[in-house]
Design a protein around this ligand. Structure first.
Ligand SMILES: Cc1cc2nc3c(=O)[nH]c(=O)nc-3n(C[C@H](O)[C@H](O)[C@H](O)COP(=O)(O)OP(=O)(O)OC[C@H]3O[C@@H](n4cnc5c(N)ncnc54)[C@H](O)[C@@H]3O)c2cc1C
Length: 379
C-alpha cells in the first residue's frame, strides 16, 4: 500500500493551493455577502484546465485522475466553496457523463467547450416534488419522433444562471417508471426554456442556484444521452462520482477552518498565555486533525477505486457521509476557538460553517448516503 502522491499530483495540488490564495481569497467575503457568482475566477479555472480536469485531452480536458480531483477540490474549498462547487458540477456531473455515455457528435459539440472551460454545465435532476425520491420525476419528455417535447420545473440547479449546457432528467414513459426516464442535453436559449430568480441561501452564497422552467421545449432526438430509458441509471451513476467531489469539498471546508483555528489559537492570548497552551483547545485541535485525516483517506480511497476501475458507489457515499459531518463539526469548533471573533465575517470561519451545511444535503442527503451504504453492507 502506497500513500505517496506522484510528482504530477503534488504539482496540481500546489497549483490549486496557489490559485485559491491569489485568485479566490481576495473578494471571497464580499462575494458571499452580495451572493456574487465568481465569474472571473471560474473563467481562470477554465483556462487552467480545472473545469475538465478528468476529461481526456482528446476532448479538450486535462486527462488527470480522480485522486488529483480530490486534491484540487480540497484546496479550492478551503478558501471558496462557491467556486469549488462549479469545478465539482462541471467535472463530475456534466463532463463525466458526456464523456462516458455521449455520442461522438455530442462530445464534439458539448463536451469539448465544457472541458476547456469555455462553457459551464448544469445537472438537472431535482424537482419541487422530487428530491431524495428522484424517481418521482414530474418533468416530461414526450417522444415526438424527431424530437422530445420537454415540460416541467427543475429546482435548486447549481450553475443554473451561468451554464450554457444543461443535462435534464425527464420522464418519457411513466408506465415504465424509472426505466422510462431519459437524460437530455438542453441548451440555454432554446425556445420555452426560462430561468427563475437566484435563490437566497444560507451558504455557498456565491454559487448560482436557480429553478428552471421548461414549456414545450423541443429537444432534438440526437440530444438524448445513451439509449431510450437510460436516464435514471445515468443520473445515479453520475452522482456516484459527483459524491467524491462533494466529499472533497466538505474535506476542504473542514481543513480550511481547522488551519484558521490552529493559527488563531497560537496568536490569541488569554490568562497570560496563548489559548493553544490550554488543554481544552489542544484536545479540540487533536479531534479536528484526526477526523480530517480520516475524511481525507476516505475521499482518496473512493477516488483511487474510481481510477482503478473498481466499484466506488459505496466508497463515495461513505466519504461524503463522513466528510460532510466532519465539515460541520470542525467548522462549529473553529468558530468556538475564535470566540467572538469567529462570529464576524472578517475571520472567515463563520462562512465556512454556513458553507459546510450544504455538503450534508446536496447530491443526496446524509440519510440517503446511509441508505446506499446499508444496501451494500446488507447485500
Ligand atoms: C444549494 C443547492 C444546490 C443544489 N444543486 C443541485 C443541482 O445542481 N442539481 C440537482 O438536481 N439538485 C440540486 N440540489 C438539490 C438537492 O440535491 C436536494 O435538495 C436533495 O437531494 C434533497 O432533496 P429535497 O430538498 O427535496 O429534500 P427531501 O427529499 O424532501 O428530504 C427532506 C428530508 O427527508 C429526508 N428523507 C427523504 N427521504 C428519506 C428516506 N427514504 N429515508 C430517510 N430520510 C429521508 C432527507 O434526508 C431530508 O432530511 C441542490 C440543492 C441545494 C440546496
Amino acid at each position: 500500500m502506497h500513500f505517496e502522491l506522484t510528482e504530477e499530483q503534488l504539482m496540481i495540488r500546489q497549483a490549486a493551493r496557489d490559485f485559491a490564495q491569489t485568485e479566490l481569497k481576495p473578494g471571497v467575503i464580499e462575494r458571499d455577502e452580495h451572493q456574487k457568482f465568481p465569474a472571473e475566477q471560474v473563467k481562470k479555472l477554465g483556462e487552467l484546465g480545472f473545469l475538465g480536469m478528468m476529461v481526456s485531452p482528446q476532448y479538450g480536458g486535462s486527462g488527470m485522475d480522480a485522486v488529483s480531483y480530490v486534491l484540487v477540490m480540497e484546496e479550492l474549498s478551503k478558501i471558496d466553496a462557491s467556486a469549488s462547487v462549479v469545478v465539482s458540477v462541471n467535472n463530475s456531473l456534466v463532463c463525466y457523463g458526456l464523456e462516458k455515455y455521449g455520442t461522438e457528435a455530442q462530445k464534439e459539440k458539448y463536451l469539448v467547450p465544457l472541458a476547456k472551460g469555455e462553457k459551464i454545465g448544469a445537472f438537472c435532476l431535482s424537482e419541487p416534488e422530487a428530491g431524495s425520491d428522484a424517481t418521482s420525476q414530474k418533468t416530461t419528455a414526450i417522444d415526438m419522433g424527431d424530437h422530445y417535447l420537454l415540460n416541467g420545473t427543475k429546482n435548486w440547479i447549481t450553475n443554473g444562471g451561468n451554464a450554457s449546457t444543461y443535462l435534464v432528467i425527464a420522464q418519457t414513459d411513466a408506465a415504465k417508471k424509472h426505466n422510462g426516464i431519459n437524460a437530455l442535453i438542453v441548451e440555454k436559449g432554446m425556445e420555452g426554456f426560462t430561468i427563475g430568480p437566484k435563490e437566497n441561501k444560507l451558504g455557498i452564497r456565491g454559487s448560482d442556484t436557480h429553478s428552471l422552467m421548461f414549456t414545450d421545449v423541443k429537444v432534438p432526438k440526437e440530444n438524448r444521452i445513451a439509449e431510450d430509458g437510460f436516464g435514471f441509471k445515468f443520473a445515479m451513476q453520475t452522482l456516484e462520482g459527483g459524491r467524491i467531489g462533494i466529499a472533497a469539498q466538505a474535506l476542504g471546508i473542514a481543513s480550511g477552518a481547522y488551519e484558521l483555528a490552529l493559527q488563531y489559537s497560537k496568536e490569541r492570548k488569554a490568562f497570560g498565555k496563548a489559548i493553544s497552551d490550554l488543554q481544552a483547545i489542544q484536545f479540540k485541535l487533536a479531534d479536528m486533525a484526526t477526523e480530517i485525516e480520516a475524511a481525507r483517506l476516505l475521499c482518496l480511497k473512493a477516488a483511487w477505486q474510481k481510477d482503478h476501475g473498481l466499484p466506488y458507489g459505496q466508497a463515495s457515499s461513505m466519504a461524503k457521509l463522513y466528510a460532510s459531518d466532519v465539515a460541520m463539526r470542525t467548522t462549529v469548533e473553529a468558530v468556538q476557538i475564535h470566540g467572538g471573533y469567529g462570529f464576524v465575517k472578517e475571520y472567515h470561519v463563520e462562512r465556512l460553517m454556513r458553507d459546510a451545511k450544504i455538503t450534508q444535503i446536496y447530491e443526496g442527503t446524509s440519510e440517503i448516503q446511509k441508505i446506499v451504504i446499508s444496501r451494500e453492507v446488507l447485500k
